[in-house]
Design a binder for this molecule. Structure first.
Ligand SMILES: [Zn+2]
Length: 234
């Protein structure tokens, strides 16, 4: 598990991502019990965790108090067909599953969010849309802090020429035949008004660095879990 001290220092949130050591925190990990075991050790009220049935789209859900617990340990009750969560509630952990896709953590005055930005979501500008959604709720982009968690790095994310062309046409950065989702999401956040000095890229590649499940590196169904929660009383 990695905790994101940089974000926690800038906003009253708890933010972390599980890895191999904690076991499979994806839906199959629900069946095997490893997700529950992992959540029991996490520094959050895990019974209140809200998760998504992700679909590589750009839909963002505003999580309400009554959603607490949806998808905590079962897929059936998770919020359906969305790839981003934002919430003004404290003590309500928001979660996404990733294994190479970029988890984009967002925190601002009284609000936090989490976005699943894989290649497809990034090409659909989901991080940028999350910032704009927050702006519609009167959260100024310049008040936000963003962190890009461990994910497929530009060092390793090689794609076919066709996929490269399609991705670049959607605004995704590329270096040679490698896509750079970190740079792309960084640029989207800056473009949406988040100050550059308010953005931290963890720089941890899930493919070539140990510690995290990697879809590309392992051909696995196991998933890491990214979580953010506003601390209570703040
Ligand atoms: Zn790498």
């Amino acid at each position: 598990m990695i905790t994101f001290d940089w974000l926690e220092q800038h906003a009253p949130v708890i933010a972390f991502m599980t890895g191999r050591e904690e076991g499979d925190c994806g839906w199959e990990g629900c069946a095997s019990g490893s997700r529950a075991t992992c959540l029991a050790q996490a520094p959050i009220p895990s019974e209140r965790l809200v998760a998504l049935r992700q679909c590589h789209g750009d839909r963002i859900v505003v999580v309400q108090p009554q959603d607490a617990g949806r998808g905590s340990v079962d897929r059936a009750s998770a919020l359906a067909d969305a790839d981003g969560l934002i919430s003004w509630e404290s003590n309500l952990p928001l979660a996404i599953n990733v294994a190479d896709c970029v988890p984009v953590f967002l925190a601002g005055p009284g609000v936090c969010g989490l976005v699943h930005a894989g290649r497809e979501g990034t090409a659909q500008h989901i991080a940028e849309k999350a910032v704009r959604e927050l702006a519609e709720h009167d959260v100024l982009p310049e008040s936000l802090y963003a962190l890009l968690g461990p994910s497929a790095g530009p060092c390793c994310y090689a794609v076919s020429p066709e996929m490269r062309a399609n991705s670049v046409a959607s605004g995704v950065s590329a270096r040679g035949d490698h896509l750079d989702l970190w740079d792309t999401n960084y640029r989207q956040l800056v473009g949406a008004g988040v100050p550059a000095e308010h953005i931290h890229v963890s720089g941890i590649c899930t493919i070539c660095q140990p510690g995290f499940f990697s879809y590309r590196g392992d051909a696995t169904t196991a998933r890491n879990m990214a979580v953010i929660m506003r601390r209570s009383g703040l």
